[in-house]
Design a protein around this ligand. Sequence first.
Ligand SMILES: [Zn+2]
Length: 77
Amino acid sequence: MKKTIHPEYFEAHVSCACGNTFTVGSTQKEIRTEICDKCHPFYIGKERLLDVAGQVEKFKSRAGKAVTRKKKTVSRK
Ligand SMILES: [Zn+2]
């Protein structure tokens, strides 16, 4: 390993919005997250979401717009 080019490596304490905490290796000491394997619907197999900032609603409305926009074939260039 080359010296001076690598960031400092910590055992980071991760705290999720659902209350779960765990540690990972990271260049940050503290990590706050809104979703983890204990509360993500993919891992728990059911749709129970802690929607902190209306992210799901935002995504669903954006996804709905994208579908209607596709029909007009808008290019962003
Ligand atoms: Zn969680």
